[in-house]
Design a protein around this ligand. Structure first.
Ligand code: GDP
Ligand code: CA
Length: 335
């Protein structure tokens, strides 16, 4: 191998939620393997994902971490592409038994293979490991090509305070009520006492580039940004910070993020989300923002807010398009 080929690729840190983040990370991994090959199928670039843990919960005695698991299954090639979440070839025999005992949430099905992950995680936590340590052990089973860091080891769960005053775990609002219950506010429990997990702040400070995946701006990226210390790390890192819009043509691509945005008074549009994140020169977190070709006319509004806008296709319909989106995000970091 020549020196050129073995030159180390960039250290890339990605802020990520579950399904949208997972697709983006898979594309980014494919891109860096092609652009910075290490000669043995991997890459000299390194990818670290800082993952939302606000959707996590205790259920049936087990610690569930939906976003970490969505990413792990997707990168391992073990995800159910048709259903859009969970494990490939999943069965639900254990859930049937739990239902018969009246244990857990009958509207929240845990697959048998998925339960294996939750039991492993809980076993590590019960043995005294932190969530970061448990995640490192669990993910070491697969060749992910991405280091997964939960944003915090503390239990900072997102709750929805309904307009009626009722307090729901985010998962109850999202999965049981399909985001239809009117929201007064989103609350992150234990937020002020929480700290970023070890390695998280360094992953931002020492990165060559930081990317915001096209994840839910409120309950995925918003939750990560809420952990004390994260915003400061983003505002002080020497790395450029580039975000990818999860909104195309005034609509969410998949899921119900629009319900979250309207609850915090942000329009479901690519420019409104950029302005919500704000420019780093203006106390926010973004240097550059990727919007879809369908939203090209929004570029001047984004630029006027001090954020460079790149207009590129944002639909991650297949592996090559997801890899191209990742390449475009890296290109936007170094204009
Ligand atoms: P969750 O934790 O499983 O809800 O997933 P994330 O928070 O990571 O991502 C959810 C967001 O991904 C949604 O708001 C979608 O609009 C966005 N998304 C999903 N697929 C695509 C895609 O192909 N392109 C873009 N730009 N955004 C996407
Ligand atoms: Ca999530």
């Amino acid at each position: 191998m020549s020196n050129l080929e073995s030159a180390p690729g960039p250290q890339i840190t990605v802020l990520s939620g579950g399904v949208g983040g997972a697709r983006f990370l898979r594309g980014l991994r494919e891109h860096v393997r092609a652009a910075y090959p290490d000669g043995s199928g991997g890459s000299t670039a390194s990818i670290t994902a800082i993952v939302n843990t606000g959707d996590d919960m205790w259920l049936t005695g087990l610690r569930i971490a939906p976003d970490l698991d969505s990413i792990m299954y997707t990168l391992a090639g073990e995800n159910d592409e048709v259903r859009g979440w969970g494990r490939l070839g999943e069965s639900e025999r254990v859930s049937g038994e739990l239902r018969a005992y009246g244990v857990g949430w009958d509207w929240f099905t845990l697959g048998d293979l998925d339960l294996g992950t939750h039991i492993a995680r809980t076993s590590y936590l019960r043995a005294g490991l932190t969530l970061s340590e448990a995640t490192a052990r669990i993910t070491s089973r697969w060749d992910l090509g991405v280091r997964l860091l939960p944003v915090t080891d503390d239990e900072v769960e997102t709750h929805v305070i309904a307009q009626s005053g009722e307090d729901l775990h985010f998962q109850e609002w999202w999965t049981r009520h399909r985001a239809t219950v009117p929201v007064r506010e989103f609350v992150q429990r234990n937020l002020s006492e929480s700290t970023p997990a070890p390695e998280v702040l360094a992953a931002i400070a020492e990165a060559d580039v930081v990317l915001l995946a096209p994840s839910n701006p409120v309950v995925s990226i918003g939750t990560i940004l809420g952990i004390p210390g994260i915003r400061h790390a983003l505002s002080t890192t020497a790395a450029p910070v580039v975000g990818v819009s999860p909104i195309i043509g005034g609509a969410v691509v998949r899921g119900m993020a629009d319900a979250c945005l309207s609850a915090i008074g942000v329009a479901t549009s690519a420019d409104a989300v950029a302005l919500h994140y704000r420019s780093r020169v203006d106390g926010g977190v973004l240097d550059a923002w990727l919007i879809d070709e369908l939203d090209a006319e929004l570029a001047p509004t984004v630029e006027a807010a001090g954020i460079r806008a790149s207009v590129v296709p944002l639909w991650m319909t297949d592996a090559p398009r997801s890899a191209q989106l990742a390449a475009d995000a890296l290109a936007a970091a170094a204009p």
